[in-house]
Design a protein around this ligand. Structure first.
Ligand SMILES: [Zn+2]
Length: 197
């Protein structure tokens, strides 16, 4: 994002994020040749299940209050620093359905707020781009497969083991998406062949 064609990746290290997930994003960024990868530490930002707050009862366990307001404001700070034209997020349609702070109206208002607060972003017309926001998880898997994304390096498990547990919500959603997309999961292939042996 620094110059036309150059890219800066940002990973937000919130409370309790699985270290295995951090390894996955490092490996993917390295594999696809990201020039700069920043890790922004947010130890006080917790998922609803980690807060034990009565005020968040009924929210999905992985919900983080104010998550996208925080994440995209920090991304906009980086964008202003490096002179980026685009801030790109990977929300899919399921996120949009579940979380109001992943909705089109939220991002339209946030875009306006960021431009109101930063003449540099407004002059550059830096935009928030969400290319996957109308796609289901299965459609994202299909697209990733066609673009030869290194799916073997991706991580979906909420547990912090050395391999996927294949029992948590993240693993179940991954299996369902790959099955629906009719794309073989390079990680499941290992599991299935071990079961067969
Ligand atoms: Zn799992």
């Amino acid at each position: 994002m620094k110059e036309r064609g150059s890219q800066l990746a940002i990973t937000f290290v919130y409370h309790g994020i699985a270290s295995r997930e951090l390894k996955a994003v490092r490996d993917i960024a390295s594999e696809v040749g990201i020039e700069e990868h920043r890790f922004v530490r947010l130890p006080d930002l917790r998922e609803a299940s980690d807060t034990h707050s009565d005020n968040l009862a009924g929210m999905p366990p992985v919900y983080i209050p104010g998550r996208n307001g925080v994440f995209y404001s920090l991304a906009a700070s980086c964008a202003e620093e490096v002179g980026a034209d685009l801030i790109v997020g990977g929300h899919n349609r399921d996120d949009v359905r579940l979380f109001k702070d992943a909705s089109p109206s939220f991002f339209q208002l946030l875009q306006r707020a960021l431009w109101a607060g930063s003449p540099a972003l407004r002059e550059r017309k830096t935009k928030i781009l969400l290319p996957l926001s109308k796609m289901t998880k299965a459609e994202v898997v299909k697209l990733a497969s066609s673009l030869k994304v290194p799916l073997r390096l991706t991580w979906s498990c909420h547990a912090n083991g050395s391999d996927h547990c294949w029992e948590c919500e993240g693993c179940k959603a991954r299996v369902a998406a790959f099955v629906k997309a009719r794309v073989p999961d390079p990680l499941r292939a290992t599991v299935d062949s071990e079961k067969i042996q």
